[in-house]
Each structure stands twice: as structure tokens, then as C-alpha cells.
Ligand binder design. Structure first.
Ligand code: ATP
Ligand code: PRP
Ligand code: MG
Length: 287
């Protein structure tokens, strides 16, 4: 039996539910709207528990949850001793050191003796220590951080940015990147060694992530073009080629190819004589 901690709301909630659905482990009910705290899935040995993204590092470190999904910024801020298993490729963000556009400060070193407001005091202190910038007063706030330099609370902030819109609207400019954050599947160290089921979940999630980078391509190819077409689509172990029973000598060619090559490949195939080309998404791919 394993417990998986997933964000109950916020930016990571929806993409996490979508990922588990695609992996064949749909979360039945739950989420902040239903106020449900625990949820089941297709596998009776797996339970989901809903928690704030910021608390998940702690729950996984303590073993309340065996595995969980959250951002590396929150793992680092909580100094959680957990295993980071898979980069899930959504919810990336950066912690930025920023000052008002009108500020006279130009470089991080000039913040010595000044105040910096943040939701991430630990990472912020580590940053100034690492860069040997002394006497910076770190002020912890729990949201709306961008406002603090404009109301005299601090001279600078360290805050999350992804699209950059909030920084722009609040007339702030970045002077350094403090932390590059990605969303990870994290695991309790003891659970990882003891629970085989974690490997199954890891494989299921990895298969979804890999599938997103691939496309399944199918086409009919006249016999005379087959050799040339095979060169264009190598596939994972070479394309699958099947003879088509028809009036003219024809083959059906199927292959799994990298998604970012599709645009170029389709055009080449058409020029080489391929017909009836179909491109399909791949749901899961287990190499
Ligand atoms: N634009 C963003 N703003 C905030 N967090 C983001 C953003 N993009 C990615 N994240 C990541 O999401 C995690 C924060 O999740 P959380 O649920 O606290 O977000 P939230 O949407 O800001 O929630 P809340 O509405 O309670 O502030 C962090 O790991 C953070 O790096
Ligand atoms: O670069 P952007 O795409 O604009 O996103 C960044 C903003 O989003 C987050 O705030 P949130 O909406 O979570 O409010 P909060 O500060 O109250 O947590 C974060 O603290 C920034 O303010
Ligand atoms: Mg927030």
C-alpha cells in the first residue's frame, strides 16, 4: 500500500490530475472543491492524499506520504531530505531577485544593509550567503510579495515568476536568478527502498512523459518508393512494413517518431510518394 501526496489546489493541481489520468491512475474525486482529503484510484494498493504543494516535501520526508508531487523550490525551502525521481516537465518557474524599475540599485551586491521580502526566506538567505553579500535583512511574507518594495517594506524581493506578467505589471525588474525550479516526483527514502509499487508508478508516469515527445505515423507507400521512405522514418526499431492487398504494389508503413520531427518528415514523405499519411498521438510508451 502506498500513499501519493498531490497538490489539492494551486497551479500544480490540474496538471497533476491530468498526468495521473494519462498514466492510467485516475484520481477518483477529491480536490479542494469537494473538500475531500483522500482519494482512490484503479489500483487498490494506491491512495492519493491532497495537500498544499508547500507541505508535500515535509509529508514525504516524514513518510506520511511515500511519494509526492511538488516544486523543487518548495523542497529546497523546507530543506526536505527526499529523493527526487522524475522531472515532470510542467510547473517550471524561477525565483528572481527583483527591484523597482525606478530603483538606483543595479547589482545584487548593493543590497548589503538593505531589506529583501520573500515567501522563500531559506533559499534567499542561502543565495546571499553563497554570493557573500552580507547584512541583508530577509523579511518573510506569505503572498503578494511584488507590492512590498512599493509600500516601503523592502528594497527588493525574491519571488516566483513564470510568464513574467506580475513583475511587469508591478514595475519590477529582475537583477538575478536565485533558483530554477522544476516540478518533480519525490519519494521518501525508506519507502523507495521498501515499496516496489513506487517503481510501477514511476514507470507509468515516465511512459506518459516519453509518449508526449513521440507521434505514431502511418501511411501507404508505393513499392517503388519504399526504400526512400524507410530512410526518412527510421522509427524506434525500424518502421513496420506490411504489404497491402490492392491493385498496385503498395505497402503500409507504421513508425513511432520524435514529435518535433513530424513537420519536416511529413513533407519529405509526401514528396517521396507516400499517401494517406496519418499522424496520431501516443498515450504511453514503455521502451
Ligand atoms: N507562476 C507561478 N506562480 C506560483 N507558483 C508557480 C508558478 N509556476 C510554477 N509554480 C510552482 O508551483 C508551486 C507552488 O504551488 P502552489 O499551489 O503554492 O501555487 P499557487 O498557484 O501560487 O497557490 P496559491 O494560489 O495558494 O498561491 C511551486 O513549486 C512553484 O514553483
Ligand atoms: O510570472 P507570472 O506568471 O505572473 O506568475 C508569478 C506570480 O504568481 C504567483 O503569485 P500567486 O498568483 O500565486 O499569488 P500569491 O503571491 O498570493 O501566491 C507568484 O507569487 C507571482 O506573484
Ligand atoms: Mg502563490
Amino acid at each position: 500500500m502506498i500513499r501519493i501526496a498531490i497538490p489539492n489546489k494551486g497551479r500544480l493541481h490540474e496538471p497533476t490530475l491530468a498526468l495521473f489520468k494519462d498514466a492510467g491512475l485516475p484520481v477518483y474525486g477529491g480536490g479542494h472543491e469537494s473538500r475531500q482529503l483522500i482519494s482512490k484510484t484503479t489500483d487498490p494498493e494506491i491512495t492519493f492524499i491532497f495537500a498544499r504543494a508547500a507541505d508535500i516535501p515535509l509529508y514525504v520526508e516524514e513518510g506520511t506520504a511515500d511519494i509526492g508531487i511538488t516544486g523543487l523550490d518548495l523542497v529546497t525551502e523546507r530543506k526536505a531530505d527526499v529523493e527526487c525521481l522524475i522531472d515532470l516537465k510542467y510547473g517550471s518557474s524561477r525565483l528572481i531577485l527583483a527591484i523597482p524599475e525606478t530603483s538606483e540599485i543595479q547589482k545584487p551586491e548593493e543590497l548589503s544593509g538593505k531589506r529583501v521580502a520573500t515567501e522563500f526566506p531559506e533559499i534567499t538567505k542561502q543565495y546571499f550567503e553563497f554570493n557573500k553579500i552580507k547584512d541583508v535583512e530577509v523579511i518573510q511574507v506569505s503572498g503578494a510579495c511584488e507590492m512590498t518594495p512599493h509600500i516601503g517594506v523592502a528594497e527588493a524581493i525574491v519571488d516566483i515568476t513564470s510568464s513574467g506578467t506580475t513583475m511587469m505589471i508591478n514595475k519590477l525588474k529582475a537583477i538575478d536568478v536565485v533558483f530554477d525550479s522544476k516540478v518533480f516526483l519525490i519519494a521518501n527514502k525508506k519507502s523507495l527502498a521498501a515499496q516496489e509499487k513506487i517503481k510501477d508508478v514511476e514507470m507509468a508516469l515516465e511512459s506518459v512523459l516519453l509518449a508526449k515527445t513521440k507521434r505514431y505515423i502511418m501511411m501507404n507507400v508505393p513499392a517503388a518508393s519504399l526504400k526512400d521512405v524507410e530512410k526518412v522514418i527510421p522509427g524506434m526499431n525500424g518502421p513496420t512494413v506490411m504489404e497491402v492487398q490492392g491493385a498496385e504494389p503498395m505497402f503500409a508503413v507504421h513508425a513511432v517518431v520524435d514529435a518535433d520531427t513530424i513537420f519536416a518528415i511529413v513533407r519529405k514523405l509526401k514528396i517521396l510518394g507516400a499517401r494517406d499519411i496519418l499522424v496520431l498521438p501516443v498515450e504511453r510508451l514503455i521502451p
